[in-house]
Design a protein around this ligand. Structure first.
Ligand code: FE2
Ligand code: FE2
Length: 130
C-alpha cells in the first residue's frame, strides 16, 4: 500500500474521515519536501492537524457508542504524544529527529491505522448511522 492520496484503499467512504485522511496525506507530502524554517512550521501544523483529526474521530466514536473506542483512542493518544515530543525537538533545532520520524515512521503508521482501526470505525458507522 502507498500513501498516494488517490489510493482507493485509503478512501473509506465517510466524507469527514476521508477528508481528514486526504489532508494528512497532502500535509505529510509537503512536509517531506520542506526544509529549514518551513519544515519546522509544517511539522507543527501537521501535529495540530492530527490533534483535530483524532478529536473528530474520537467524537464520532463517543456519539455512536463504538465498542472499540478505548483501543482506538489510546492509539491516537500514543501517536499524538510522539508527534508532540518530536515537535518540541524540531522547534529546539533538532530537525533531523523530526525528519526521520516523518519519513520513516509516519507513512507506514498512517497506512496501517487507516486500513485497520479507521476502516473498522467507518464500517461500524455505516451500520449504525448517527
Ligand atoms: Fe484517521
Ligand atoms: Fe483513527
Amino acid at each position: 500500500m502507498t500513501t498516494d492520496p488517490t489510493t482507493p484503499q485509503l478512501m473509506l467512504g465517510h466524507v469527514d474521515i476521508d477528508a481528514d485522511h486526504q489532508q494528512f496525506t497532502e500535509r505529510l507530502a509537503q512536509l517531506k519536501a520542506a526544509s529549514g524554517a518551513a519544515f519546522i512550521q509544517q511539522f507543527g501544523q501537521l501535529t495540530d492537524h492530527l490533534a483535530e483529526h483524532f478529536e473528530r474521530e474520537n467524537s464520532l466514536m463517543m456519539q455512536s457508542g463504538y465498542p472499540a473506542s478505548a483501543e482506538h483512542r489510546g492509539e491516537h493518544n500514543r501517536v499524538l504524544g510522539e508527534m508532540t515530543n518530536f515537535r518540541a525537538r524540531v522547534e529546539a533545532g533538532r530537525v533531523r529527529f523530526g525528519r526521520a520520524y516523518a519519513l520513516e515512521q509516519l507513512p507506514g503508521w498512517f497506512d496501517l491505522h487507516v486500513s485497520t482501526m479507521d476502516a473498522a470505525l467507518v464500517e461500524y458507522l455505516k451500520r449504525s448511522p448517527l
